[in-house]
Write a protein that binds this ligand. Structure first.
Ligand code: FAD
Length: 503
């Protein structure tokens, strides 16, 4: 049992709902609640700006791998995108504009971090401690993000490194890479975006690759002023494009659930590699040895050319040790470098919000998740965590825009909030048998998907090899399941029963 934090004098003000985080999910929650006529909510954000992921990740080349027509809110399509796939600064501006246009900015309490959230069983309230004081709320929406915690491996000798060192998610823009000897660790989604940007300016670029990713050509395009004006005048273009992108992602998703269907794509991708990478040794080193789709498919046109530049050196092994300023690969290859850039991704199987939340039994979620990853019902509600929702929680990941997933989940959450209010429910918690049956089915169906059977170790799998991230069916099915908050799935306490008990 976690030691309960000493409570301060409670604020008189009790909110209906408390939203934590003002990234895409938190903004979407606030917009949808406002639209439904809910005004009794508070939204906090620990940073001083909205944007979440797109505020934090500013590395060179950072951008979206889903076309912007789809990576945008369904209720706020934009005609301003400069490319088919938007870059980070544009996505951040878009989110700031949406927040302003929908009147959310003024509702956000910036610079406010949730430090401790504890369920008070006697009052059916959440007691929420922030760096600015205490708030009480009947319900909470944790929109604190699925991919936030930069992961840096602890390696022997790392302490002895005297050069510069930073993670892609905390890019040091004050450090000039010009003429420097650079080690990039990792070849995931962020690395393949920043490697081509830094390669032309550095003296030496050593890229440590543990697993060769599938990198397909990115069908990107500059959208000039004429296209933007046309899209602005004829929004139907944007809508049709959005539909077309969604349809093609559905096809990819079908392949991920039925790996044999993606065989022609991987054959074509390997043929393309022959054209793109002339050197046979390098080509062999960058050819993936797992089924396409097992790890997130990456898209780039400039990654392989960057690796073939004279100053670039792909090391098809992980970094295992550091000795002073010398980085040492698993095959013993050694290089003296001035800077290490970690493109090692994020710790996603244990969301940091777990360290702040105490459930109805007095247990800290991170303690419960110590030996496993979290489970939730439809990625949203957790066992013994009453009156609370997660956005983009476990097992809702579909190869699509996260914005679409967040919107679908928030439709479920807001339907739930509405029903709870209408029915006078003061406490609701997912029924353990419902949660178990759901997750057993999810895990059973994941077995045949490429994520579990494709022969890779991806971030979808936790330390025990359990897939905590993916949804095994179609996006349509996820949306169908999220279209109705079935009160029957929850153990509930009604206000009338409470009153009777008190009398
Ligand atoms: C580099 C990178 C590239 C990506 N590219 C894509 C892509 O191409 N396509 C795609 O679909 N998805 C992509 N994603 C996934 C991306 O995370 C989601 O698309 C989306 O931005 C998630 O939004 P969110 O609001 O749920 O979380 P976040 O954007 O992480 O926002 C969470 C917010 O909560 C705040 N917060 C957290 N804890 C607290 C606390 N205790 N108190 C107060 N505030 C708190 C944070 O400061 C943050 O602002 C990418 C992720 C990364 C890291």
């Amino acid at each position: 049992m976690a030691a309960a934090k000493k409570r301060k004098t409670p604020e008189a003000r009790i909110y209906d709902t408390f939203i934590v985080g003002a990234g895409i999910s938190g903004l979407c929650a606030a917009i949808k609640m406002k639209k439904e006529g809910y005004h009794d909510f508070k939204i906090i954000e620990k940073a001083t700006r909205v944007g979440g992921t797109w505020r934090e990740n500013t590395y060179p080349g950072c951008g979206c791998d889903v076309p912007s027509s789809l990576y945008s809110f369904s209720f706020a399509l934009s005609s301003k995108w400069s490319h088919l796939f938007a870059r980070q600064p544009e996505i951040l501006s878009y989110l700031e504009e949406v927040s302003e246009d929908f009147g959310i900015n003024e509702l956000i309490e910036f610079g406010t971090e949730l430090e401790h959230a504890e369920w008070d069983e006697s009052r059916h309230l959440w007691v929420l401690d922030t760096n600015k004081g205490q708030t009480l709320a009947r319900t909470v929406v944790f929109a604190t993000g699925p991919i936030t915690e930069a992961q840096i491996p602890s390696l022997p000798g790392l302490d002895s490194f005297k050069g510069e060192m930073f993670h892609s998610a905390k890019w040091n823009h004050d450090y000039d890479l010009t003429g420097k000897r650079v080690a990039v660790i990792g070849t995931g989604a962020s690395a393949i975006q920043f490697v081509p940007q830094i390669q032309p300016k550095v003296k030496e670029l050593h890229v440590f690759q543990r697993t060769a990713p599938w990198v397909l050509p990115k069908p990107d395009m500059d959208l000039g002023d004429t296209s933007k004006q046309l899209i602005n005048k004829l929004p139907i273009i944007q809508k049709s494009w959005r539909k077309a992108v969604a349809t093609s992602l559905n096809v990819i998703n079908f392949g991920l659930r039925n790996p044999a269907a993606l065989k022609p794509v991987s054959t074509a991708a390997k043929q393309l590699l022959r054209v793109q990478v002339k050197d046979k040794t390098l080509r062999k080193a960058v050819t993936p040895d797992f089924t396409l789709g097992c790890k997130r498919i990456l898209f780039a046109n400039n990654y392989y050319p960057a690796l073939q530049a004279d100053n670039a050196n792909l090391i098809p092994h992980g970094l295992v040790e550091v000795e002073g300023n010398t980085v040492i690969a698993a095959n013993g290859e050694r290089h003296e470098v001035d800077v290490i850039i970690w493109g090692t991704g994020f710790e996603v199987s244990h969301p940091p919000i777990g360290r702040k939340v105490i459930d109805a039994n007095g247990d800290r979620l991170s303690d419960l998740w110590k030996d496993t990853s979290p489970e939730a019902y439809l990625g949203a509600t957790m066992k013994d965590v009453p009156n609370a929702f997660l956005v983009l929680g476990p097992n809702v990941l579909v190869y699509d825009s996260f914005i679409g997933l967040a919107e679908a989940q928030l439709d479920y959450i807001i339907d739930g909030l509405k029903k709870v209010k209408q029915k006078g429910i003061t406490r609701f918690a997912i029924k353990p048998p419902v949660l178990k049956a759901h997750n057993d089915k999810v895990q059973k169906h994941l077995k045949t998907t490429v994520f579990n059977s494709g022969g890779c170790k991806s971030y979808y799998l936790d330390q025990n090899g359990r897939n905590f991230a993916a949804w095994p069916w179609s996006l349509k099915e996820l949306k169908r399941r999220l279209s109705d908050f079935n009160v029957g799935d929850y153990e509930v306490v009604y206000q009338s029963a409470e009153k009777k008990k008190a009398a």
